[in-house]
Design a protein around this ligand. Sequence first.
Ligand code: KIV
Length: 265
Amino acid sequence: MKKVTLTTLRKRVDSGEKLVMSTAYSAIESRLCMSAGVDFMLVGDSVGMTHLGYENTLPVTMEDMISHTCAVRRGAPEGFIVLDMPFMSYQESDALALHNAGLGMKLTGADAVKLEGGAEYAPLIARMTGAGIPVMGHIGLMPQRVQVSGGYKIVGRDEAGAEKVLRDALALQEAGAFAVVLECIPEELGKKVTEALAIPTIGIGSGKYCSGQVQVITDLLGLMEFKPKHAKRYLEGGEAIINALRSYANEVKNGTFPAPENTFQ
Ligand code: KIV
């Protein structure tokens, strides 16, 4: 398989294809995404909730992101992988942000980084892209600011909020971001931003007009109890796994596992 690059993704968008992005946090998940034809993968800081058992993304560290991104790369050597910059890995200073983003790419083989934030991060994004680090923006609902915003809320329903989302998107593009995640904004605003930008918009809870979609893999596979409104379960994975494990436990207890075909003589 040929390595997926920014040029590959750009060509897909230019030919009118929607981009498909899924999160992945482990080698098995990235291998499955590649086999399914997912265009590119995000090692999201959502790993904090999906795999590390935290209540939100705030406790996730750069070390967590490096470890999971290395695993994702091992499972998908040709995949295009975006490493999500975790809370406080880039907010403190541009120097720290450049150091962490560079280290993240060097140690994991990630193709790009993503960070949450609007126009206020445009100078940083310009420095990163200038240094050779491809950056994906992330605006709308920004989970790393959940303590400030007071919860996970739809952004841009009012005129001022909508104007800010559009302004931020244009600033990120101007700074050199190669794409921007639009999280939980109204569909019409998603359309307006997508039409205003030359770079692709990747929506999550932002309607069908975005250039592509990103979803959290555990939502797609039905592995978490909570189901966000924007997500669709393509598999009731949690239920299927519980049933499988229950069958295993029953068979061990009633002596039907291991059977002769599982046994060495
Ligand atoms: O961490 C994550 O999974 C994300 C997506 C929701 C875009 O940032």
